[in-house]
Every structure is written in structure tokens, then in C-alpha cells.
Design a protein around this ligand. Structure first.
Ligand code: ACO
Length: 324
């Protein structure tokens, strides 16, 4: 049994923070940010929360799939910026949308989170444990960013994206190739201490520097090497060549990373849609919210071949080849 995605949804906070706004906050420029990252603006949560954004994306995905919240068997929230330690975000979302019959849990794999969550849903459904799953990636990264650090604060945004996935026995459809991997030894390259965690040495509660710290160059090198490799492995499993794929829906970290991956795979940038110019890097929300944008603008046709690929903190990475 395979799974196919039959509904998508997304939600963005109302407030938009432009590069011009950032010029007033740190020593940066619109030209630097656009040239180095491709980002023009991002959405920042004010009254919205991690769970409210996730719940809204889920409601829209269910509506798009023509399903009710009570129909959901499994709800997985991929997230590294939960507003609550307990209960975890998936329980809050279950309550908010009324998915009373679902088994729910969170999964934190940062920017690879949605990919890992979709692969987890695939495994549950393929083995017959559940018939369907609502998988949502959500982040309010603005709460773990140091807004005085120009090397990180220009990169990220807040948002949520969700997909409704269900079993299909249609020949050749659904998820056809799956790869995921982790390099825990590279964790220090991109990290953020847990703000609620008491430091036993200093008794400081919370940690003073519970912000994202990143070695941008190392993340860049990791992404442009590891992502094409894992995409090629997933393509091998599915029997497709890079040029057979209609659209590559990649994690939206940086346009230069996407361009380098396209070049390495020998595929034109036309097949790499992006929305990072308007939303920045939304970590686990990036892939499902871009999928939703493509779905709603009519760019996804039945039978199209897609590659999804996520990568980031961990360091983690993953790729999925699927027929829409
Ligand atoms: N505005 C102006 N100048 C800046 C800014 C800024 N916002 N940030 C850094 N600079 C300066 C640096 O201080 C440095 O100055 P110096 O030469 O005087 O020391 C100069 O610009 C060049 O800095 P680099 O870090 O070498 O710039 P680089 O071209 O590598 O771009 C970037 C930095 C965009 C972070 C890049 O390394 C990158 O894309 N890395 C990938 C990481 C990424 O996208 N992470 C997102 C999260 S992880 C994930 O989702 C995969």
C-alpha cells in the first residue's frame, strides 16, 4: 500500500517584515540579503502562535481533501519551535480542530522535519496501522532568533503548511522513493539551546543565549553536497532520472543553495519553484506551504512526478520521489 497526498493547506501570520524593515534593526541592506539569500520579506507571528498556525493549515488541508477532522487517523506535527513544552503542539492542534479520533504526536527534525514526518506517516499507512494522516510542518522561528544578530535574523520566517495523505492502490501513484539520514556529529553547526532548561552550573533559568547559532558556510556546504546525493538515491529507488521529474519542491533555505543543487543534478531552475523570496526560511513549514501554493495555483496535475527534499539542523536530510 502506498500513500498519496489528497489535500494541502497553509497559514501565514499577518505581519510582514521586509528587508527595508530589517535595515532599520541591524547593519544590513536589502541588496545584501537579496543577493546572498534571495529573500525579500518574511511573515512574523504576533497574535498567532505555533498551534494556531498549525491548526489553520490543517483545517485548510482537510477542506481541500474534502475530509472532516473526525476522519483523521494520525496527526503528526513537525516543529522545533513549540510554544508549550507540555502538552506538545500536536495535542493542542488535535483539540483546536477536533481530530478526536486521531493518534497524535510531535516530531522535531528541524528543517527536515516535514520530510521525516511524511515518511513516518507513509510507514504507518503502508503497514496498515492507519488509513490516513494529517501531516503539518509549523514554525514560529521569530521567537528563537536573536534580532540583533544580522547573520541569522535576516534568514527566517514564521508559518505552517499541512497535507492530508491517504492510502492508495492506484498503480504507480503516491510515494515511490524515500531516503532519510542524519549526521548527529555535525549538530554544533546549527543549534539553539532549550530556553526553558535550567543550567545546573550557573543556575540561570532560562539560558541567556537560547537563540539560533549557525555556521552558515558549513550549512551551505553540507546542503549542496548532501541534498543532490540523497535525491539521486531516492530517484534510483523510483526508477526515474533527474530530468524525468516535473518539479523539485525543496526546503526553502536560500536561493543559492537551490541553484547549486539544480546545477549539480543537471536540471533547469524552471523545475525548482520557490517562495522563499516572500516567506524566508520557515524550516519544517517550508515544503508543505510551497506544495500548497503550487496546488492552489493549479500547477500540480495528477500523475506529475515530484521530488521533495528537506535538510537542515541536526544535521539531517531527506528526499521523497512521488507521483501527484
Ligand atoms: N547583512 C550584511 N552583511 C552581512 C550579513 C547581513 N545580514 N550577514 C553577514 N554579513 C557579513 C559578514 O559579517 C561577512 O563580513 P566580513 O567579510 O566583513 O566578515 C560578510 O557579510 C560575508 O559573510 P558570509 O557569512 O561569508 O556570507 P555568505 O556569502 O556565506 O552568506 C549565508 C551567508 C547567507 C548565511 C550563507 O552562508 C548561507 O546561505 N548559508 C546557508 C545557511 C542557511 O541558509 N541556513 C538557514 C538555516 S539552515 C537550513 O534551513 C538549511
Amino acid at each position: 500500500m502506498r500513500i498519496r497526498i489528497s489535500g494541502t493547506g497553509s497559514a501565514l501570520p499577518k505581519k510582514i517584515l521586509t528587508n527595508a524593515d530589517l535595515e532599520k534593526m541591524v547593519d544590513t541592506s536589502d541588496a545584501w540579503i537579496r543577493e546572498r539569500t534571495g529573500i525579500r520579506e518574511r511573515h512574523i507571528a504576533e497574535e498567532e502562535t505555533t498551534s494556531s498556525l498549525a491548526a489553520e493549515a490543517c483545517r485548510r488541508a482537510l477542506e481541500n481533501a474534502g475530509k472532516k477532522a473526525e476522519d483523521v487517523d494520525l496527526l503528526i506535527v513537525a516543529c522545533c519551535t513549540a510554544e508549550m513544552m507540555l502538552p506538545c503542539t500536536s495535542f493542542q492542534v488535535q483539540d483546536a480542530i477536533g481530530a478526536v479520533n486521531a493518534t497524535v504526536f510531535d516530531l522535531n527534525a528541524a528543517c527536515s522535519g516535514f520530510l521525516f514526518a511524511l515518511q513516518t506517516a507513509h510507514t504507518y499507512i503502508a503497514t496498515g496501522v492507519y488509513k490516513n494522516a494529517l501531516v503539518v510542518g509549523v514554525e514560529v522561528l521569530s521567537r528563537i532568533i536573536d534580532w540583533t544578530d544580522r547573520t541569522t535574523c535576516v534568514l527566517f520566517g514564521d508559518g505552517a503548511g499541512a497535507v492530508f495523505a491517504e492510502a492508495t492502490d492506484e498503480e504507480g501513484m503516491g510515494l515511490l522513493g524515500l531516503v532519510q539520514g542524519s549526521i548527529g556529529s555535525r549538530g554544533p553547526v546549527l543549534q539553539c539551546k532549550a530556553g526553558h532548561y535550567r543550567d545546573v552550573a550557573t543556575e540561570i533559568f532560562p539560558y541567556k543565549d537560547s537563540y539560533v547559532h549557525m555556521d552558515g558556510g558549513e550549512v551551505y556546504k553540507f546542503a549542496v553536497r548532501q541534498v543532490p546525493d540523497c535525491i539521486e538515491k531516492a530517484l534510483e529507488q523510483s526508477g526515474f532520472a533527474p530530468e524525468d521529474i516535473d518539479l523539485y519542491v525543496l526546503h526553502q533555505a536560500n536561493i543559492r543553495i537551490i541553484e547549486a543543487i539544480a546545477k549539480r543534478l543537471g536540471v533547469s531552475m524552471d523545475r525548482f519553484p520557490y517562495n522563499l523570496d516572500r516567506v524566508g526560511n520557515t524550516s519544517s513549514a517550508a515544503i508543505p506551504s510551497l506544495l500548497d501554493e503550487l496546488n492552489h495555483s493549479g500547477k500540480l496535475k495528477k500523475g506529475m512526478k515530484l521530488v521533495l527534499s528537506g535538510f537542515g539542523a541536526g544535521l539531517g536530510y531527506g528526499a521523497i520521489v512521488m507521483r501527484w
